[in-house]
Design a protein. Structure first.
Length: 277
């Protein structure tokens, strides 16, 4: 499993059947959801299910999406975080780095994955997550809640592409995560039966700089893992760039395989090698 999860698979925490399927998948991280996919009356049941889960040796990281800071369910969600097998917390509907800091005051150094574009106000606070002392580990974006918050009738334009407000939210999440030196994670692809569409979106996300993607069905996991795993050719090219600069550490620009590469190419090559491990 990669240090930065490629695939982050959501599963309702009140469904033992779906949890079992998620645990049998090849997801790098599983997000046990206590928020949107669990009805209010079932939230206590979901917490009990998580308390009784037994961690297998190895396997995916375990994360828990709790309810938002202002929710009436938030405090009760925090009571289950003492489970030793929980790797981190997914905090929805964050509007700024202050929300992460507020949660960290309650949870200590447990890693936090913030979903950062689900309200209108959140789009104005993406730089505020840059805090070296924060336990923030990842940032992802969401269009469904943002669409509802903006009063939109659809998040797509007439060509079937994401409308500009959601493209903006996605780009701001990517830039905000990189500025904060945490993992940028692309949002969900809702049609879990459309494998080709998912593959195209995941590969585009990788090219743009995202290093992982949220999933809502186990069938999406292999496609996402493949998209965010550097190919053999990518790794060999990255190794050649790194080797060239190691041989000439004082150089600013070098030729590798007949093409000019500079220091930004070296940074990209090092990231590819990190992901390949």
């Amino acid at each position: 499993m990669t240090a930065e999860p490629r695939s982050w698979l959501f599963v309702p925490a009140d469904s033992e059947r779906k949890i079992a399927k998620a645990l049998d998948s090849d997801a790098d991280a599983i997000i046990f959801d206590l928020e949107d996919s669990v009805a209010p009356a079932m939230k206590p049941v979901a917490r009990d299910v998580l308390r009784n889960l037994l961690k297998r040796s190895g396997g995916p990281q375990w994360w828990v999406r709790i309810n938002p800071l202002a929710s009436e369910y938030h405090k009760d969600d925090l009571d289950i975080l003492g489970i030793a097998d929980v790797h981190g917390i997914v905090l929805p509907k964050t509007e700024s780095g202050d929300d992460v800091r507020q949660l960290a005051h309650r949870t200590g150094n447990i890693p936090i994955h913030a979903i950062v574009t689900e309200t209108a106000a959140s789009l104005f606070g993406l730089l505020s997550y840059r805090d070296a002392s924060s336990p923030l580990a990842a940032m992802s974006w969401g269009a469904e809640d943002l669409s509802a918050a903006l009063g939109a009738s659809s998040k797509y334009d007439t060509d079937g592409e994401l409308a500009f407000p959601y493209q903006l939210a996605r780009s701001l999440c990517l830039a905000g995560a990189v500025a904060a030196a945490v993992q940028p994670v692309d949002g969900v692809f809702a049609d879990f039966k459309d494998e080709a569409g998912l593959r195209a979106e995941a590969e585009a996300a990788r090219r743009e700089g995202f290093t992982g993607k949220l999933a809502i069905h186990p069938a999406q996991v292999p496609v996402i893992n493949a998209a965010f795993t550097p190919s053999k050719a990518d790794v060999e090219h990255a190794e050649a760039i790194v080797a060239a600069f190691e041989a000439q550490p004082g150089a600013g620009v070098l030729s590798v395989h007949g093409k000019m590469v500079d220091r930004p190419h070296l940074t990209q090559a090092q990231r590819i090698l990190d992901r390949s491990r």
